[in-house]
Every structure is written in C-alpha cells, then in structure tokens.
Design a protein around this ligand. Sequence first.
Ligand SMILES: Nc1ncnc2c1ncn2[C@@H]1O[C@H](COP(=O)(O)OP(=O)(O)OP(=O)(O)O)[C@@H](O)[C@H]1O
Length: 307
Amino acid sequence: MNKAIEIENVNKSYGDVRALEDVNLTIEQGEFFGLLGPNGAGKSTLIGVLGGLVNKDSGQVTVLGNDVVQNYRKTKKSLGIVPQEVVFDPYFNVRETLEIQSGYFGVKDNGERIDEVLDALGLKYKEDTNIRGLSGGMKRRLLIAKALVHDPDIIVLDEPTAGVDVELRKSLWDYVIKLNEQGKTIILTTHYLEEAEQLCDRIAILNKGRVVAVDQKEELIKRIDKKVIEVKLQHKPNNIEELFPTAANIEWTDTNKLKLETTRGNVISLLDKIQNSSLEIVDIDVNSAKLEDVFMKLTSLGGEENE
Ligand SMILES: Nc1ncnc2c1ncn2[C@@H]1O[C@H](COP(=O)(O)OP(=O)(O)OP(=O)(O)O)[C@@H](O)[C@H]1O
C-alpha cells in the first residue's frame, strides 16, 4: 500500500530564512497526524509544498505514491487542504462557491456531495447567502467545505479552529473524526495543543524549519518525567516550602489548591507525606505530563535545548 504522504529531504528558503531544513516525514494512510510548531516553524510552508503551491528548493514529496510536481493534477485531487487564510470571491453565494470549487476539481453534478458537506458543517441553511453576508465563523466553515467537495483521501487542516467558537469546534471535530474513521488521512496543524493531544495518533514537532520530534503521542509525552500532585485544601498552610522540600516546584492557586510538581519516582513518597501531614485535604489529583510540556521542551519557547 502506498504511503499517504512521503516527504524526503525537503528544503525551502526565503532569502536568508530557512523555512524548511532537511525535512523527512512519512504519514500512513488512515492516520490522524498532528503537525505542530511555534509561529514561523515552517508548518504552512510544508503544507504549501505538499499542495504544490510552494516550490521547494530540493527534496521529494509524494502523495499516495505520486510526485506532487510531476503528477500535480493527480495529487491535487487526493488532497483537500483547508488553508489558514480566509479568502473568497465575494460575488457568489455558499452553494455557488462549492459548485465552482467542484468544477475546479473536474467534478460534475456534485449536488449530493455538496448537500452532505453543507449538512455536516451546519451550512445548509446558509446555502443561498452571499459570502459577504457570512460571519467569520461561517466563512471558516465554508473554507472547510470547499476543501472537501471533491471527497479527497487526505485532508489537511491548517489551523482550522483559530478564532472559531466552541460549538463549531465541537461539530468540526466530530465530523473530522468521522471522516478519519471512514479511512481518510487527516493532517492537522494547530496551536491548541490540547486539541492535538486529544485527536492525533502521531505527532511531528517542527522548530525553525526542522523536525525535532516525530512519534506516537503517548511516546512523546513519556519523554517528560513529570507528575503534578494537586491537593485541594481547606486552608492555605503557612509553611508550604518547608513541608515538601523534595518537590521540584510548588504553587498555591486562588482555588485553594497546592500544586506539587515532581518526578514519577517521587510521587508515592510525596503522597505519603501529604497523607501524614496535618493538612485538611478536600481532594487530590495526580496529573501526568501533557503534550504542552513536550512542546515547550522541544521548541525554542522551552529554552536552550535547540539553540
Ligand atoms: N512568502 C514568504 N516570503 C518570505 N518569507 C516567508 C514566506 N512564507 C513564509 N516565510 C517565512 O518562513 C518561515 C516559516 O513560515 P511558515 O508560515 O511556514 O510558519 P508556520 O509554522 O506556518 O507559522 P504560523 O504558526 O505562524 O502559521 C517564517 O520565518 C516566515 O516568516
């Protein structure tokens, strides 16, 4: 079986800026893949290269075994790319926009598919509305609909939920999960790390144009030896620091919670200590590291590791 995407030794510079540096990535068919990185890491450039919209300087990219430059027409049909920027021709209504988009992909008589996509994205009641009359969130829904009219095998979502309300987020994710369950490959870039943690199976982290990690989500998170014990107390103790000298970090929150950061190996002894203390405990939670911890460690936001 062909890989959904194979990216080999891809480089791209804009003048002095190395937007992509020796990028190698393989994405299997049916994966829900996260492409994460801070602003300017190269995510959109990589998606541009994938979609044949950005000319790479070197390297090779194939989509379902077809080279994105040599077989542009074929690869274009396999991909549904939802771009970050919302740009539309303001003279058409919602349905016309999707009909034109279907034509662009050479799909005729696409009414049924258009209905399905309009329904799934909660746009049906707006089908006759002119683009100028749509709210920002509705325009974003239409952007997603446009990428799906030709029923592509691989769906690439570049920051699809930036600035959209909770309701759309939920309905969008429900739909994308359904598409993934039907066998579609999903590639997602987002700055909402919690969303990526919930949705993606495998994640690549880009930093300054380079892939600094690619692994199963759980494996990435395991790289961080961190546990946070959260103890809700009746009252704030006055000698917190002295009580728990082995905790790596201690924080008291407005919600009467004592947060003790520690390592996996130290959790039990800290819990013992809490139990044997005279603290008036209301509740206790023990939390593991999150994707955000890995992200911070591996990208420049986290400091020296990647300098
Ligand atoms: N057309 C362009 N001309 C010049 N520089 C560009 C161009 N497009 C991107 N860059 C630069 O390439 C680098 C990578 O940008 P890119 O947009 O791919 O990052 P990104 O990870 O998508 O960022 P964000 O999360 O902010 O969308 C940045 O330094 C950016 O300024």
